[in-house]
Design a protein around this ligand. Structure first.
Ligand code: SF4
Length: 64
């Protein structure tokens, strides 16, 4: 499971980092997943942040 964030699509709103600061951060005005926290696709907070992302650039990815 992973929670990638596409920089080319990110609006830089910071909503993800505001909602789940232990998973997302904002670097150079782009939302990113904090290194080591990529495998958080099962976290309901990460799923909620993905659903709330205004650019829909957070993709919850599951293996297989
Ligand atoms: S909520 Fe979405 S648009 Fe906003 S910073 Fe995070 S990834 Fe980017």
């Amino acid at each position: 499971m992973s929670v990638p964030v596409n920089r080319e699509e990110c609006y830089g709103s910071g909503e993800c980092a505001y909602r789940v600061p232990d998973v997302f951060t904002v670097v150079d005005d782009y939302g990113e997943v904090i290194p080591g926290r990529e495998s958080t696709g099962e976290d309901p907070r990460a799923i909620a942040a993905a659903e709330a992302c205004p650019s829909q650039t957070i993709k919850i990815a599951y293996p297989g």
